[in-house]
Design a protein around this ligand. Structure first.
Ligand code: 5GP
Length: 192
């Protein structure tokens, strides 16, 4: 997506440790007109699917999913990161290793909000090693719902999450794929 790549080039900051900061338009301050274009693009890419729910993970996934969901006219469910695992059987749970925070979170979704009738689009801001998306897929599988695809705003193509998911036959649509980035020069190159 040309508009997104231009914005990443202009405002993205490459940090040490393979982290791309996009706080000025996506992860802290949010550019809603850009997100609207992102929503339209996901709708176009997944036009052939019958999605009835979008699943994401807090925190930064929520704003993105909420805007994208308007183009699909479906509700958003977000997985919650929690300290205390609920043992009464009312939630689906999984563990997710956080790339940016270097720790493992327990993540839950209430059984009330995912069922075998659901056709799910998973949405997230970044795809790196794939742990966040794999955790959400684990929850979808526990619920018996159908995964229709994964919509990612920025995939870091030099990390192997995207490759692993596609090898499993999962449909992954990334609006920008970063092929390489250099913290010393700030240079970012995209895959097309
Ligand atoms: P993964 O689980 O695929 O390794 O990492 C994806 C998650 O980590 C995303 O939910 C995102 O919040 C965070 N993340 C991974 N890489 C980056 C990055 O380069 N920049 C930012 N801002 N977040 C990232």
């Amino acid at each position: 997506m040309e508009l997104l790549e231009q914005r990443i080039q202009k405002d993205g900051l490459v940090k040490a440790g393979n982290v791309l900061k996009v706080d000025s338009f996506l992860n802290h301050q949010i550019d809603i007109s850009l997100l609207n274009e992102i929503g339209k693009e996901f709708k176009r890419l997944f036009a052939d699917t019958k999605i009835n729910k979008i699943l994401t993970i807090e925190a930064s996934g929520i704003a993105i999913a909420a805007i994208v969901a308007q183009y699909f006219d479906v509700p958003v469910v977000f997985a919650k990161k929690t300290q205390s695992i609920n043992l009464d059987g009312s939630v689906y749970t999984t563990k997710i290793q956080s790339f940016t925070h270097q720790r493992v979170y327990d993540v839950i979704v209430s059984k009330k909000y995912l069922s075998p009738d659901d056709h799910i689009l998973v949405v997230d801001d970044f795809l790196a090693n794939g742990c966040a998306v794999e955790g959400l897929i684990d929850i979808i599988q526990s619920s018996g719902a159908t995964l229709e695809g994964v919509g990612i705003i920025i995939e870091k193509g030099f990390q192997d999450g995207g490759k692993r998911l596609r090898e499993k036959g999962i449909r992954v649509e990334s609006l920008a794929i970063v092929d390489a980035m250099d913290a010393a020069t700030g240079q970012i190159t995209f895959r097309h």
